[in-house]
Design a binder for this molecule. Sequence first.
Ligand SMILES: [Zn+2]
Ligand SMILES: [Zn+2]
Length: 311
Amino acid sequence: MLAATDRVFPENATSATDGRIEWDWAKSLWYFTHLVGAVAAITLFPRWDAAAAMVGLTAITICGGHSVGMHRLLIHRSFAAPLWLERLLVWLGTLVGMAGPFGMIHAHDMRDWHQRQVECPPHPSHGAGFWRDAWWQLHCRFALIAPPRFVIEDPVARDPFYRFLERTWMAQQLPVAALLWAFGGWAWVLWGISLRIVLSLTGHWAVGHFAHKTGHQGWHVAGLPVQGYNLPWLSLITFGESWHGNHHAFPHSARLGVEAGQLDPGFWLIRAMQAMGLAHRVRLPDSEPHRDGLQRVPPVVEISVPTPRPA
Ligand SMILES: [Zn+2]
Ligand SMILES: [Zn+2]
């Protein structure tokens, strides 16, 4: 019997490996449309003010929205927040342009479930090489012949605001585009919407690709076909999400940069919200019993050999 996770329930016929990779035309068209917009932004409007608007909006949507709102709060419930704030953060996460809230939960949890089985197919494990994996993740989906039952918990599944976001996630760019247009015309719209979406989607794929291949590891989860790795040099621009090895070790933890010196801007935001009384029940690695098979990877000790003096 296949192992279940919180939202994924295998049935008798379920197979985690029998499936095919299918071209997802809607996903592909969305990406290519914004790629055209991104090229237009750089070639027709090479402007610093538009670039600054894009960087600012990327930081807000990736840090507050994707990392803290969608991933650490909605998906993992690694802390609690008032509903109005949770909805605001999830809306910011929808603006990243990847999927609506239910689509994000499904994509994350199915990948997580696949990576916990005895065998993980090459799509959900990022097992392919660079270009093939880019094509698979940005333009295709992995369709199981007999998928497990997928159930999103009631308060979230019935939330009218999340249902609205799920139906309209692409159109959620429109009010932001109108605001950008009012401030900086088409230059700000193309930089702030299209180029930002292309960078966010491509960056998200690239971090996922390399974080399942190789890198620094503080812990190893024995018995699983796929391991996560830390990419320390990306910690600031991913707002802490690149501590992916730590996330595999402690998926419930709001803090991803769990060791001394590991920069984690998303967690700084959660701490700031906590100081303002807006975040509570913040979970850390030791808030839950360690997951089965968790093993500390001994740190690599570098020994410096003194250069011999000339005789
Ligand atoms: Zn992973
Ligand atoms: Zn996760």
